[in-house]
Write a protein that binds this ligand. Structure first.
Ligand SMILES: *[C@@H]1O[C@H](CO)[C@@H](O)[C@H](O)[C@H]1NC(C)=O
Length: 424
């Protein structure tokens, strides 16, 4: 609690400095800007949260899931704007831009490096929190869902499930089989275990037949199989395995909070048995603190071309790896230990994973890939990076919407393709 009030008073000081340095008229002009761009009936105290407003902290921390970025050292926004409609979003962009305030936009709060609500680039920034824009509309007949940016995946699943009974029988039977390599306690021993988890769209009989034909070595039996509705499978996959109701998905209070760090890799060639033995040995070492989660590629992912949408990781990938370290202990010692482990695991995996570029998944954001787009552009986006930089040059040449790893604008003078190594 002491640290909390310390942080609060710091934020107030920061806010006062800004407006005493650049004069209070800036503050007033900022508010005037908002008033002139939103409906006259809008209540500004439900839209703008200054650091000294009573709801600032609860709003800021409400969707910070990674405790690494919830400490007093994490830079805090000068102001949180929580728009309730698209006009208020526009007003936020217009007014922040005209007052030279960079913004960070936060949806559900998921970003492995917290870039949706913190900034290393600028000491003063505004957080545009989309938590009020969370409606989900599902149109089964046309196969379309409209999802506002502030909705969580749980809220989307919940809404889709409401419509599920109309669509389930039309779905093609399919099977997803993932592997989680994790540490578990067996009696008084801590052991490494590979857990095969599968989602099969169909009945248990179909799954047993499928697995018997395609993967008999796993020896799947009827006991391993639990029939449930698709929405219950989403609850189950989220770790609620005791028959908790689907409503758990729309309860934002339950989102787990811990300290964590993730990294990703794609695998394009099977890892040899000797490689798996080495990986296993490394994960079993004393002091190995993280886990490895592998999701298969293929299926529909391989049918879509790399250039169809920005996400490029398609045909040719066998699976994706998420390396994840999560911890509960506060303090530098614990984070040094966990970050050290995941970095060394990532180095160790180099011979086994994709190369030139060593591909990475944007949603498993990793600032350690580098701040400069030369370092991460092709890893996250492959050849699409050039196109994205050109689109960015068209729509946001001033690079107003930016963070430590956002696509920089490329402004082509002669219409040629931008080189990957242009100076940012
Ligand atoms: C504006 O919002 C604040 C905070 O929710 C509330 O206390 C106040 O009564 C509202 N004012 C009006 C005019 O509705």
């Amino acid at each position: 609690m002491a640290a909390f009030s310390f942080y609060l008073s710091l934020s107030v000081v920061a806010w006062l400095c800004i407006f005493s340095v650049s004069s209070l008229s800036d503050h007033e002009s900022f508010l005037r800007c908002f008033s002139s761009h939103v409906s006259p009936t809008a209540n500004l105290s439900q839209l703008l949260y200054l650091a000294d407003s009573p709801d600032y902290s609860s709003l800021l921390f409400s969707s910070i899931q990674n405790l690494r970025f919830a400490s007093s050292e994490t830079p805090k926004p000068l102001l949180i704007v929580a728009p309730a409609d698209e006009f208020q979003v526009q007003a936020s962009v217009i007014c922040c831009r005209s007052h030279g305030l960079p913004i960070r936009a936060r949806s559900g709060g998921h970003d492995y490096e917290g870039l949706s609500y913190r900034s290393e680039k600028s000491s003063s920034f505004v957080l545009l929190d989309l938590e009020k824009l969370r409606s989900v509309t599902v149109d089964v007949e046309h196969g379309v869902a409209w999802v506002e940016a502030g909705a969580t995946l749980g809220e989307l699943y919940y809404k889709v499930a409401e419509k599920w009974q109309n669509t389930a029988h039309k779905l093609h039977e399919d099977l997803l089989l993932r592997v989680d390599i994790v540490h578990v306690n067996r009696g008084d021993r801590r052991v490494v275990e590979a857990a095969f988890k599968s989602l099969f769209l169909g009945h248990c009989d179909g799954l047993l037949q499928h697995m018997g034909e395609r993967f008999p070595a796993l020896g799947v039996e009827r006991n391993d199989c639990r029939e449930m509705s698709w929405i219950d499978s989403a609850v189950y996959a989220a770790g609620y395995t005791n028959g908790e109701p689907a409503e758990i998905l729309v309860n934002r209070e339950l989102q787990p909070k811990d300290f964590n760090k993730g990294k990703s890799d794609y695998v394009t060639e099977p890892i040899p048995v000797s490689g798996w033995e080495a990986i296993w040995a490394r994960l079993s070492e004393e002091g190995a603190t993280g886990s490895m989660h592998m999701d298969p590629w293929g299926g529909r992912m391989s049918e879509i071309s790399e250039s169809n949408i920005p996400f490029p990781h398609r045909k040719g990938n066998l699976f994706i790896i998420l390396y994840l370290s999560t911890w509960r202990d506060e303090g530098v010692a614990a984070s040094t230990k966990h970050l050290g482990w995941i970095r060394s695991m990532f180095r160790f995996m180099t011979p086994y994973v994709s190369k030139r570029p060593r591909a990475a998944y944007l949603n498993y954001r990793d600032l350690e890939l580098g701040r400069n787009a030369m370092a991460w552009g092709e890893r996250y986006f492959k050849d699409n990076f050039r196109r994205l930089a050109m689109v960015k040059g068209e729509v946001d040449p001033q690079n107003f919407f930016s963070n430590e790893q956002s696509v920089p604008p490329f402004i082509a003078e002669t219409g040629e393709r931008p080189p990957i190594n242009y100076i940012l």
